[in-house]
Design a protein around this ligand. Structure first.
Ligand code: PLP
Length: 881
């Protein structure tokens, strides 16, 4: 019978057990093993049945068990100790506080923000709060957790999806099946944000046609960090609006636009409400993880306009405190909306009525060659609204600068103001308890915890002293646990696919705890090439079934529900793995998610990644594997391009950038992969040295831990964000008072209008000929026209360096020239400066004029530059050989 209404009956905990409820509601348990062990000891069986979710566990306990526990003195002592530990964790002094104290005492510390709001369309914190689809969400979760560990005052902002992302299963013939279980927030580890009178706090957005979109706000406590999740499923909404937060990345573009308006605009309103109700300091910095939340900037401009600031000045003030992170290495991956659709949702009878719709639209305009005039581009808006912007690995930073270079015409990609902060992973979440224990045995629990959160390579050096034997035993026991886990999951999957128990005896022989184990798990967009390993099936068979040196492979991944191509790849792989000849050596596990990932990474010996370079912006699964002593075998893309070294892993050679056709490229790269496995990887694993252990393999495990350990940490990443992006953004935010914002906006407008009158008219040097001697100095004299501008508004620069065969300067150094006279009768100014020749070989220089103002973030900010025309004199661009 179907119920007509549904309630959640919450347990009433006896007074002595009250702290259990706080421990269950603070998601720190998801990365704190001791808290989890406490919950497990409450009732081991129910703990497993509740998928290790403390809230569900507490809801399932009988009154008898509760009474029993309330009288169990030993349990209560442990409970008190762990509750005290959480209290210390959330109130104590951590890294950030020591930084701000150093700053108060006049130290070197930067001016750190009082608070930072961090927006993301998804957050992967724990399997018990399934509000993520893949890497972007897990990264956001790891960012919050590390911010909490470091004491960084972050407020997370996201959406509460009624169905989260889908659950994946397989049909008998290997086709992906999707289900969308309903999540009832009342049963999740979240609480409603309430007004002081006890009513639920709400935010509201105006929609076209007089409708409105309301949302309540759920609060998840992630250690010290609050996470606000907006939920449109409230009775006051019409049916359509109730469904806005139904699922992650579902629906058509209007649906997505509403989600993004709710996240960005509603999110800022939720942050304001949260700060009003709790007294939390207001954020000085707003960080948007990918472009989806970009409307947050518009809402903040509107707030300032309400206080009397003009739009352009509001834009400057908001930009100053905004950080935008891009994760997309291809234009096709960027979020874009129909211009008309956006236009309809803003303006007099929709949202932000006081902002001119044309101004909104111009922020997302693709004003570069090849740009689509009718599309509104969220990444472009992100870059226009964010004074600080970054990609997520060194390589991705470079790719992003090239991809967006059109927004800064006249500048070399290297000068495009997009930097990079390489992603990291939250070690306490991703390191297996067994690995942690080995660390604790070596250097103590506290120092191990420090090494995993704050970092510092000296702590990781201790890995060098761990005996081979201990490392090898650890690796084997992790592999063995994975084998058990895989068999369980595979059996469940086959039952689901319609097999009877009697048919499944073979599953007891699936995988072998002594065979080299390779993991491959990630979402299944085509660039990740799930099926590259199947390119030459005979070679793969030989590897799987090798008599002395076999490999075994565990594969997992979800295809986007609308991506039939991805589903075909999964089917291809599943069918191969179903073959009785190999099914004991290769498995596909459905429903990849955090719970599976946490078991999978530690149990693998090799983590395989073979994307089409350079389409993997960073990738993080290999980092999580590395922290558990699993070696990486990967294409040099994302983070691996940056940190790969042959003493701890392997690089799969690639044919990118060679113009090779895609099919042939797959052949070449797959062959390289098989070669590596046959000739390098398997011999190293199976060759045992004099001690009877694979000592050369163990050495690579050790190198992985000592070299990659301190680098791949989310703690390192969050510290970089604080020091390199949040601190400058906070400084700029404080500098940009309404008066300064007005001043900058007015100046920019004047410079933009006058820029066509700025010219480099004549360049001459003291160079006698086309050759010059190393160490000599030439003097440059340049005549420029500044039109209505004055020397104070510009910088005239000499740019010099090595030139390539096309006369492009490849490693430019810039030196400002000084005004020495003028204006002359024609209104021209004379600039001079030295040009020292500090390199031998082909050398060139040129001159350019850039806008200059003390409030600009960089001289490229406005995308304006004046360079010499072809015939400006003997000197410009001359090569010296
Ligand atoms: C880490 C992680 C990802 C991201 O992995 P990539 O290699 O970056 O694609 C995706 N899903 C889950 C469940 C993860 O834990």
């Amino acid at each position: 019978m179907k119920a007509i209404r549904r309630f959640t009956v919450r347990p009433v905990l006896p007074e002595p057990l009250r702290p259990l409820s706080d421990l269950a509601r603070n998601l720190r348990w998801s990365w704190h093993a001791e808290t989890r062990e406490l919950f497990q000891s409450v009732d081991p069986e129910r703990w497993t049945d509740s998928d290790c979710d403390p809230v569900r566990l507490l809801g399932s306990l009988s009154p008898e068990r509760l009474t029993e526990l309330a009288e169990d003195r030993r349990f209560l002592r442990r409970l008190t100790a762990i509750a005290d530990d959480l209290h210390d964790y959330v109130t104590g002094t951590r890294w950030y506080q020591t930084q701000t104290q150093a700053q108060d005492q006049g130290g070197q510390g930067a001016e750190l923000p009082a608070a930072i709001a961090y927006f993301s369309p998804e957050f992967g914190i724990t399997a018990a709060l399934p509000q993520y689809s893949g890497g972007l969400g897990i990264l956001a979760g790891d960012h919050l957790k590390s911010a909490s560990d470091l004491g960084v005052p972050l407020i997370g902002v996201g959406l509460m999806y009624r169905h989260g992302y889908f659950r994946q299963s397989l049909s008998r013939d290997g086709w992906q099946q999707e289900t969308y279980p309903v999540l009832d927030p009342n049963e999740l580890p979240v609480a409603l944000l309430k007004e002081s009178d006890g009513s639920p706090a709400q935010v509201s957005l105006a929609l076209p046609g007089g409708r409105s979109l309301r949302a309540r706000v759920w609060l998840a406590q992630v250690g010290r960090v609050p996470l606000l999740l907006l939920d449109s499923d409230v009775e006051e909404n019409d049916l359509g609006e109730r469904g806005v937060t139904d699922r992650l990345y579902g629906g058509g573009s209007e649906h997505r636009l509403l989600q993004e308006m709710l996240l960005g605009i509603g999110g800022v309103r939720a942050v304001r409400t949260y700060c009003r109700l709790t007294g939390h300091p207001a954020p000085e910095v707003f960080h948007t993880n990918e472009g989806h939340a970009g409307f947050l900037g518009l809402e903040r401009i509107a707030e300032l306009c309400d206080k009397g600031l003009e739009f352009e000045a509001g834009l400057e003030a908001v930009r100053a405190g905004t950080v935008f992170t891009t994760h997309t290495p291809v234009p096709a991956g960027i979020d874009r909306f129909d211009r008309e659709l956006v236009a309809r949702h803003f303006g007099p009878d929709a949202e932000l009525p006081r902002i001119d719709v044309e101004r909104v639209l111009s922020l997302g305009m693709e004003t570069y060659p090849g740009g689509e005039p009718n599309l509104f581009n969220m990444a472009v808006m992100g870059l226009r609204l964010g004074r600080q912007a970054n990609g997520v690995s060194l390589l991705h930073g470079q790719v992003s600068r090239e991809m967006f270079a059109g927004l800064w015409p006249g500048f070399d990609p290297a000068e495009v103001p997009i930097t990079s902060v390489t992603n990291g992973v939250h070690a306490p979440t991703w390191v297996a308890p067994e690995v942690f224990r080995l660390g604790a045995k070596q250097i103590g629990a506290e120092r191990t915890e420090d090494a995993l959160t704050v970092g510092g390579s000296d702590r990781w050096d201790a890995v060098a002293d761990i005996p081979d034997q201990d490392i090898w035993e650890l690796r084997r026991s992790l592999r063995e646990q994975l084998v058990v886990e895989v068999r369980e999951r595979l059996r469940a999957s086959w039952r689901q696919r319609g097999a009877g128990t009697a048919e499944l005896g073979w599953i007891d022989g699936v995988l072998d705890p002594d065979v080299l184990t390779i993991g491959f798990a990630r979402r299944v967009p085509s660039y990740k090439r799930l099926t590259l390993m199947l390119r030459d099936r005979d070679r793969l068979l030989d590897l799987l079934l090798h008599p002395e040196r076999p490999i075994q492979i565990v594969v997992a991944g979800k295809a986007h529900p609308a991506d039939d191509g991805g589903k075909r790849l999964i089917q291809e792989l599943v069918r191969f793995a179903d073959d009785p000849r190999v099914r004991h050596r290769i498995v596909f596990l459905p429903d990849y998610g955090m719970a599976m990932a946490q078991k999978l990474y530690p149990g693998c010996d090799i983590w395989l990644n073979n994307p089409l370079r350079p389409l993997e912006a960073c990738g993080t699964s290999g980092m999580k594997a590395a922290l558990n002593g699993c070696l990486n075998l990967s294409v040099l893309d994302g983070w691996w391009d940056e940190w790969f070294r042959p003493d701890f892993g392997w690089a799969i050679p690639t044919a990118d950038g060679t113009g090779t056709d895609p099919d042939h490229r797959d052949d070449v790269e797959a062959a390289a992969l098989y070669d590596l496995l046959e000739q390098r990887v398997t011999p190293r694993f199976y060759e045992h040295g004099q001690t009877g252990l694979p000592d050369r393999w163990i050495e690579m495990v050790r190198e992985t831990l000592t070299h990659l350990g301190p680098k791949v940490l989310a703690g390192r990443m969050v510290r970089e964000y604080v020091e390199r992006l949040y601190a400058p953004a906070a400084r700029a935010h404080r500098t940009m008072t309404p008066d300064k914002a007005r001043e900058l906006a007015a100046w920019k407008s004047r410079v933009r209008h006058a820029w066509h009158t700025v010219t480099v008219d004549h360049v001459e040097t003291s160079a006698p000929s086309l050759t010059a001697e190393l160490g000599s100095t030439l003097s440059l004299r340049v005549r420029v026209g500044l039109g209505e501008l004055a020397p104070d508004d510009v910088e005239v620069q000499a740019v010099s360096g090595r030139v390539d065969s096309e006369d492009s300067i490849t490693d430019a150094t810039t030196v400002p020239l000084k005004p020495v006279g003028g204006p002359d009768l024609e209104g021209r100014w004379l600039y001079e400066g030295p040009l020292s020749l500090h390199r031998t070989g082909p050398y060139g220089y040129t001159v350019r004029i850039l806008p200059a103002h003390r409030l600009l973030a960089s001289s490229a900010e406005m995308g304006l530059v004046a360079v010499p025309s072809e015939d400006v004199g003997e000197g410009a661009g001359v090569l010296m050989r």
